[in-house]
Design a protein around this ligand. Structure first.
Ligand code: PGA
Length: 251
C-alpha cells in the first residue's frame, strides 16, 4: 500500500477547491493499493468533503492545535477535525517550524492530541541544505523524531506516518537522489523500531518537489511508502498522474 497525500498549503479558495474536486472526481478511477488523501486549507475541507467521500479520497488537514477546546483564539483542534470527517493531519511541516516557530515539543503535543482523537498523524522531518552539507542529516532527523515522538504509546504508532522532506527540496525543483532517499527512509524505520520498540515498520513518505516526472523513481523504492506532494498536487492532471503511477507500481 502506498500513500499519495496532497498538501495544498495556503492555496485554493473555497470555490477553487470545489472546482478542483469536481474535475478530479470525474477523472479519477478506483484505487486498490493506493491511499489518496487531500489536505486543503481548513476552509477547503468542508468544500471538498462530499465529493471526496463519493470517490474514495481521504481528507486531511495541514495543522491542528493540541487542546480540544477553549480560549485559544484562531486555533482549530484535532477533535474538531475528527468531527468533520478528517482522517489525516500533517504536523511539523518545515514551513510551520520556520514561519510559525513550532518546536519539536509543540509538535509532540499536537501529535498526541491528533492520536487521542483518532487521526493519523503525518509527521514531517528533514534537514536544511546547510545541515546536509555538514553531513548532519541523519542526526538532525533522528533528533526531530525522538523529540516529536517522545512519550507516545507503542500502540499509537499504527497511526503515525513519517514524511521525510528535506527543507532544501521543498518547492525548489530539487530532489534527493534515490540512494539518499532509500538510506534516509531505512534509517528512519530502523530508528523508530529501536528507539520506540515498534516492530511493524512505520510508513515513510518522501516529500519535496515530487511531480509526475520524478514520482516513479521514488515510489518504486521499497523503503518509500508514498509521497507528500505540494506544488504538483494543485493541478488536477498532474496530481492524477502521480496517483496513477503509484497505483501501477503498487498493484
Ligand atoms: P513541494 O512541497 O512538493 O511543493 O516541494 C511538498 C511539501 O512541502 O509538503
Amino acid at each position: 500500500m502506498k500513500y499519495i497525500i496532497a498538501n495544498w498549503k495556503m492555496n485554493k479558495t473555497f470555490s477553487e477547491s470545489v472546482l478542483f474536486i469536481n474535475e478530479f472526481s470525474k477523472k479519477v478511477g478506483n484505487f486498490s493499493s493506493t491511499e489518496v488523501a487531500i489536505c486543503p486549507t481548513f476552509l477547503g475541507i468542508s468544500a471538498i468533503k462530499k465529493s471526496c467521500d463519493e470517490c474514495g479520497i481521504k481528507l486531511g488537514a495541514q495543522n491542528c492545535y493540541f487542546e480540544d477546546k477553549g480560549a485559544f483564539t484562531g486555533e482549530i483542534s484535532s477533535e474538531m477535525l475528527k468531527d468533520l470527517g478528517v482522517e489525516y493531519v500533517i504536523l511539523g511541516h518545515s514551513e510551520r517550524r520556520e514561519y510559525f516557530k513550532e518546536t519539536n515539543s509543540v509538535i509532540n503535543k499536537k501529535i498526541k492530541s491528533a492520536l487521542k482523537n483518532e487521526l493519523k498523524a503525518i509527521v514531517c522531518v528533514g534537514e536544511t541544505r546547510e545541515q546536509k552539507d555538514d553531513g548532519q542529516e541523519f542526526s538532525v532527523v533522528k533528533s526531530q523524531l525522538s523529540e516529536c515522538l517522545n512519550d507516545i504509546e507503542v500502540k499509537m504508532f499504527k497511526n503515525i506516518i513519517i514524511a521525510y522532506e528535506p527543507v532544501w527540496a521543498i518547492g525548489t525543483g530539487k530532489v534527493v537522489t534515490e540512494t539518499d532517499a532509500r538510506k534516509m527512509a531505512s534509517e528512519i524505520k530502523k530508528f523508530i523500531s529501536s528507539e520506540f520498540g515498534i516492530f511493524e515498520s512505520c510508513p515513510v513518505l518522501y516529500g519535496g518537489s515530487m511531480n509526475s516526472s520524478n514520482a516513479e523513481k521514488f515510489l518504486k523504492l521499497p523503503e518509500i511508502d508514498g509521497g507528500l506532494i505540494g506544488g504538483a498536487s494543485l493541478n488536477v492532471d498532474e496530481f492524477l498522474k502521480i496517483t496513477e503511477i503509484s497505483e501501477k507500481l503498487s498493484s
